[in-house]
Design a binder for this molecule. Sequence first.
Ligand SMILES: [Zn+2]
Length: 225
Amino acid sequence: MLYDAHCHYSLLKKKYEGYFIAAVSMDYNSSVETLSLNDKNILKGVAIHPWNAHKEKIESVLPLIDKADFVGEIGLDYKYSEAPKELQIRYFEEFLKKSQDKTVNIHAVNSWNDVLNLLIKHDIRRAIIHWYSGPKELLRDIEGAGYFITINPSVTFQEKHRIIAENASPNIVLTESDGGYMYKGKLLEPTDIPSIIKFLSKIWNEDERYVEKKIEINFRKAFNL
Ligand SMILES: [Zn+2]
């Protein structure tokens, strides 16, 4: 079994045997769709993505948290989101306050310090910062807070992400596909995860079986399974 800690499963509509998947949502519609999934190998997340904060009503999604396994993807994006920063922060904090001690699955771009400070301010116990490509200096603080990051298949060619993979402690690393998302003309899918395992096996100087086991242990901790 391989572990996908961040996948837009509702966009893929396909079975992936041998994968345990955390299915994230981005708005009310995808949250409802995610909640309708019925598969023992899928964890269900509900959220409003920071890209959608100006288009979505938070009151419609917050009550869905009751039925979800985790909250995500939520966060702050100071580079690509058209939503005003203040609105993004308001939505992010509202989700954190209502997260009911469930794991939060985070999108952060150019907002890494704010994200980390708000997670700590709201006493969030379990957080996953997905496709982390912020400053490597912050990895120590992320680890100190007990949080995790995900490594994405782009690690094999995206320089800033590779630097993160090389500097992160194996104790905080999860694998993800960000499946359903198109990146550089390619549809990302859970089946891209073996390439991350191979990559980590090289930089950790451990065999692939070890890497898979380590990721499984981290995943179970991150989602409190
Ligand atoms: Zn995503």
